[in-house]
Design a protein around this ligand. Structure first.
Ligand code: NOJ
Ligand code: CA
Length: 539
C-alpha cells in the first residue's frame, strides 16, 4: 500500500454507490461482495482511493443517508467481516478506502432519536434539535427542508417540533451538545480502528444551527442563491444565515482533525452546499487544522461555458487560498455530467476533455462510477422512481435516480449487474457503453481515461502546482498555467465542438505528450481541434 501520507493531495477518489455497483448475491441490490469482485477493475483505472456511499445499518428512506446504527453494516450490503475483507483487498491493490459519515442527522429509527422523542426529560432529550411551537401552533421559524416543506416536524409525544434539513425521517442532531459531538467522534474512531483511510463528510456545514432560531431572510434580488439545491426548489429563495454554516462548526472540525491526526495518512473530504460555498471551503480547508479537502456544487450545477469555468477558477484562487478543493463533475446527487455539461456535445469526445479539466486543476478529484465510461443520465420512468426527493418536485426536477441506475458491466439486458431485475432499471441506452464493450474496443473512452490518469500521475506540476489563469486571446477556451518547484506548465482546453487557436505570450519549450490529446503548437499559436487539450512546458 502507498506509504505517502499525503496521497490524498491531488489524489483521485473513485466514488462507488454500493446499491448500484455490483450485486453478488442476486437480490437486485449491489453489495460489498460485489464491490470486492470488481475491485481489480477499479484499481485498473489508476485511482488512489474508493469512497463508498453509506453502507451502514439504515431503513434506507434516503438510501443509507439515514443511519440507524453508526457501527454496523446493513445486512443488505453484507457484514462487518465482509467490510474488513474489502478493506484488506483494497489495500492489497494499493487502494485507500473512504466511507461516508452522515452525522448531521440520523434516521428517526435510530435508538438515540427514539429515546429523545419520548419526553423532554430523558437522557437524550437534547441530542436532537427540539423547539416549542409558536403560540398559534405553527413551526418555530421559516426554515425549510431541502427535500420540500418546513424543516420542522411536529411530534405528538413531546408536543414539540424537531428539525430536519432533509426528510422528516432524518432528524438533525444538536451539535451544541458536547456529548453528541463526542458520540460521533467515538463512532468515527471505530472505523479508523477498523482500517478505513478517510471519510467523506455528508453536509459538513449543516452540523450546527443558531440556537436563537431566527427566521432566515430572503435572498435579496440579484444576489446569488444557495448552491446545493436546484433553482426551482424554494429552499434557494432563503439566505441561509441561521440554519447552517454556523461559526461554532470550525471548533468541531478542529476536534475532528485532531482525531484524524492520530491516524496518519487518513483524510477527510467535506460536502459543502452553501450560499457562499468557496468562502466556506476556505474556512474549512485552510490552515491544516480542520478538513483536508472539501467539494462544492460549482461544477455539479447546470451552467457551463468557458466563461463560467474561468469565473469559478478565478474565485477559487481569490477566495480559497491555501485551502484544498476536491473537484467533481458528477456524483450520486446530480444529473450525470455527460448529459448536463455535455448536453449537445459529441458524447464520444466531450467526456475526456471534461475529465482533463478537473485532472489539470489544483486539487484532488472525485470520479463517480461510470464517468470513466462516459455514461449518460438514465431515463427512469415515474413508476420506477425511488428517490423521495424526486417525487414531490417531479417532473421539473426528476430526483436523483437517473445517476443511480446500476453500473453496466456488459451489454446483456441486466448489464451484468444482477441476475434479477434490480432496484432501479438498467439503462438500455447505457448498455453499448458497458465495461466489456469498451475493454474490447481500443478506441473506447475507458482506455483513454486510463491513459490520461496514468500520465497525470507522473506530472507533479499538475498534481501540486499553483494555478494562474491566462489570456490566450480566445474566450471560447479555458487556459491556465500551473507552477511547481520551478516548472511551469501551460494547459489549454477546448471543450467545444469547434476548432480553435490560442495565442501564448510565453514560449513553450516542450509540448508534453503521452496524455492522448492531439492539439499542437506552431510558434506561439496552439491549434486545438474539437474537444482537445494542450499541455506544454513554459519558458
Ligand atoms: C447529501 C447526500 O449526498 C445526499 O445523497 C443526501 O440525500 C443528503 N446529503 C442528506 O444526507
Ligand atoms: Ca445484493
Amino acid at each position: 500500500m502507498s506509504t505517502d501520507l499525503n496521497w490524498w493531495k491531488g489524489g483521485v477518489i473513485y466514488q462507488i454507490y454500493p446499491r448500484s455497483f455490483m450485486d453478488a448475491n442476486g437480490d437486485g441490490i449491489g453489495d460489498l461482495a460485489g464491490i470486492a469482485q470488481k475491485l481489480d477493475y477499479v484499481a485498473s483505472l489508476g485511482v488512489d482511493a474508493i469512497w463508498l456511499s453509506p453502507i451502514f445499518t439504515s431503513p434506507m428512506k434516503d438510501f443509507g443517508y439515514d443511519i440507524s446504527d453508526y457501527r454496523d453494516i446493513d445486512p443488505m450490503f453484507g457484514s462487518l467481516e465482509d467490510f474488513k475483507a474489502l478493506i484488506d483487498k483494497a489495500h492489497s491493490l494499493n487502494l485507500k478506502v473512504m466511507v461516508d459519515q452522515v452525522i448531521s442527522h440520523s434516521s428517526d429509527v435510530h435508538p438515540w432519536f427514539e429515546e429523545s422523542r419520548q419526553d423532554k426529560t430523558n437522557d437524550k432529550a437534547d441530542w436532537y434539535v427540539w423547539a416549542d411551537p409558536k403560540p398559534d401552533g405553527s413551526p418555530p421559524n421559516n426554515w425549510l427542508s431541502i427535500f420540500g416543506g418546513s424543516a420542522w416536524k411536529w411530534d405528538s409525544r413531546r408536543l414539540q417540533y424537531y428539525l430536519h434539513n432533509f426528510l422528516e425521517s432524518q432528524p438533525d442532531f444538536n451539535f451544541h451538545n458536547p456529548v453528541v459531538r463526542k458520540a460521533h467522534l467515538d463512532n468515527m474512531r471505530f472505523w479508523l480502528d477498523l482500517g478505513v483511510d478517510g471519510f467523506r463528510l455528508d453536509t459538513v456545514n449543516f452540523y450546527f444551527h443558531s440556537q436563537g432560531l431566527e427566521d432566515n431572510p430572503p435572498v435579496p434580488p440579484g444576489e446569488p442563491k444557495t448552491k446545493g439545491a436546484p433553482e426551482d426548489n424554494p429552499y434557494t429563495y432563503q439566505r441561509h444565515v441561521y440554519d447552517l454554516s454556523r461559526p461554532e462548526n470550525l471548533d468541531f472540525l478542529k476536534e475532528l482533525r485532531a482525531l484524524m491526526d492520530e491516524y496518519p495518512g487518513t483524510t477527510t473530504v467535506g460536502e459543502i452546499g452553501d450560499d457562499f460555498p468557496l468562502k466556506r471551503m476556505a474556512e474549512y480547508t485552510s490552515g491544516g487544522d480542520k478538513l483536508h479537502m472539501a467539494y462544492t456544487f460549482d461544477f455539479l450545477n447546470k451552467p457551463h461555458s468557458p466563461a463560467y469555468i474561468r469565473e469559478v477558477l478565478a474565485n477559487m484562487n481569490e477566495i480559497v487560498g491555501d485551502g484544498w478543493p476536491c473537484w467533481a463533475l458528477s456524483n450520486h446527487d446530480v444529473e450525470r455530467s455527460r448529459s448536463r455539461w455535455g448536453k449537445g456535445e459529441d458524447p464520444r469526445a466531450y467526456p475526456l476533455v471534461a475529465m482533463a479539466l478537473i485532472l489539470s486543476l489544483r486539487g484532488s478529484v472525485c470520479l463517480y462510477q461510470g464517468e470513466e465510461l462516459g455514461l449518460p443520465e438514465a431515463e427512469v420512468p415515474f413508476e420506477r422512481i425511488q428517490d423521495p426527493y424526486g417525487i414531490p418536485l417531479w417532473p421539473v426536477f426528476k430526483g436523483r435516480d437517473g445517476c443511480r441506475t446500476p453500473m453496466v458491466w456488459d451489454k446483456s439486458p441486466l448489464g451484468g449487474f444482477s441476475t434479477v431485475e434490480p432496484w432501479l432499471p438498467v439503462s438500455a441506452a447505457q448498455l453499448p457503453l458497458s465495461v466489456a464493450e469498451q475493454e474490447a474496443d481500443p478506441e473506447a473512452l475507458l482506455h483513454k481515461v486510463r491513459r490520461l490518469m496514468a500520465w497525470r500521475q507522473n506530472q507533479p506540476t499538475l498534481v501540486n502546482g499553483a494555478l494562474t489563469l491566462i489570456d490566450v486571446a480566445n474566450d471560447d477556451l479555458v487556459a491556465f498555467e500551473r507552477e511547481y518547484q520551478g516548472q511551469r506548465v501551460l494547459v489549454v482546453l477546448n471543450m467545444t465542438g469547434d476548432h480553435h487557436t490560442a495565442e501564448v505570450s510565453v514560449a513553450v519549450s516542450e509540448p508534453l505528450t503521452g496524455h492522448g490529446f492531439t492539439a499542437s503548437i506552431s510558434g506561439s499559436t496552439v491549434s486545438l481541434p474539437p474537444y482537445q487539450a494542450f499541455y506544454g512546458v513554459l519558458g
